[in-house]
Design a protein around this ligand. Structure first.
Ligand code: COI
Length: 353
């Protein structure tokens, strides 16, 4: 007889007895706290995803010859669930993540879940792990959907089988303890090039930034700023965030024409800023222009909206306004107000689980 879900959970050291987990919500940073369940759905190449299920959170079995392990055929997403003051749990624009995964899957020759399947899977994963959603105002639940070529393929080609998986973890601040970030411009390496995969959320975009990020951190910087691969004159993005430059009433950010990840926080901040009366331009932003800005900030699901305190380029450190009354602060307060439920969601962005 197959073991019950509860006995498997206990064997894994997870017991979903409905009790509050032993987590210090105040001290959370951005690291994995294993939760109770994850959602898994599989399909063969040429088929559509049809039926998934919740299984205990834990290691998965993969062929050593799988598409993801051998050829990096994989995508990930990141979104957050928030607990409102009244106890309800809300997701921020989950259909946007589903659409982005669909676009990435086309680029990497993978089948993808439908928008409805994606959102339903996210809801199931959050609900099954409800006790791990932090209390109101104490962080959020980070939701990590993955889509990967899980079937074996020795020769280079699309894998014969695909796995869509959603796991979750409660998280606090990505850059815990840092109110603003200090960036260094990367001079040797690029994260994306025209015609490449910078505009999709493939797993293969993230390990290539680790060398620059590690060097930056070893020198005391919090993040690295990449430049465009063609001219080296324009800003691209950070290792895990989009970048915005502010001058007076004008806000600029690079356009999502291939090398820039179409961030959902990026897109939402552009909409909020326009509503608040700022002039927002999506256009190439020269590094020289950024170094002359009043303010710089970054956006992303993990980093939310964070002030950049300085950018260092060829040993020259330029500092920006980060204290009260910044554009960044106004935008962040509006976004997080909508996400946490303190401000009215006039755009219809929040989805109840
Ligand atoms: C996110 O913001 O969700 C990301 O995907 C960045 C990740 C590297 C933590």
């Amino acid at each position: 007889m197959a073991p019950s879900l509860n006995s498997t959970l206990e064997a894994n050291g997870n017991s979903n007895d409905g009790k509050s987990p032993d987590v210090n919500w105040e001290e959370m940073g951005f690291s994995l706290t294993p939760t109770d369940y994850m959602y898994v759905m599989k399909c063969s190449i040429g088929d559509n995803f049809s039926q998934g299920s919740l299984i205990p959170f834990g290691n998965i079995e993969l062929s050593p010859c799988s598409g993801i392990l051998n050829y990096g055929q994989g995508l990930f997403e990141g979104l957050k669930a928030y607990r409102k003051e009244d106890g309800r749990i809300l997701l921020f624009r989950p259909e946007q993540n589903a659409l982005r995964m669909k676009a990435g899957a086309e680029r990497l020759c993978m089948p993808s879940p439908s928008i409805e399947q994606f959102v339903d899977a996210v809801k199931q994963a959050v609900l099954a792990n409800e006790r791990w959603v932090p209390p109101f105002g104490k962080g959020s639940m980070y939701v990590r959907p993955l889509l990967m070529g899980s079937g074996a393929s020795l020769g280079l080609g699309p894998a014969p089988e695909y796995t869509f998986l959603v796991y979750v973890s409660p998280v606090g601040s990505y850059h815990k303890g840092q109110r603003s970030l200090n960036l260094v411009v990367e001079e040797k390496q690029h994260r994306a090039s025209p015609g490449g995969t910078g505009g999709i959320k493939t797993v293969a975009n993230y390990s290539p930034v680790l060398d620059a990020l590690t060097r930056a951190k070893a020198q005391g910087f919090s993040e690295v700023l990449f430049l465009d691969a063609t001219t080296g004159k324009y800003i691209d993005e950070g290792s895990a965030c989009n970048i915005f430059s502010v001058k007076g009433n004008s806000i600029s950010t690079p356009p999502t024409h291939g090398t820039i990840l179409p961030g959902i926080t990026r897109k939402s901040i552009i909409e909020i800023a326009r509503k608040l009366g700022y002039q927002v331009e999506e256009r190439p932003v020269a590094l020289d222009e950024l170094l002359d800005a009043d303010e710089v900030f970054c956006t992303g699901t993990a980093v939310v909206v964070t002030s950049i305190g300085s950018v260092t380029h060829q040993g020259r450190r330029v500092e920006y306004k980060t204290q009260a009354d910044t554009v960044c602060q106004k935008l962040r307060e509006t976004l997080t107000g909508i996400q946490m439920g303190g401000l009215e969601d006039t755009m219809g962005w929040m989805v109840e689980v």
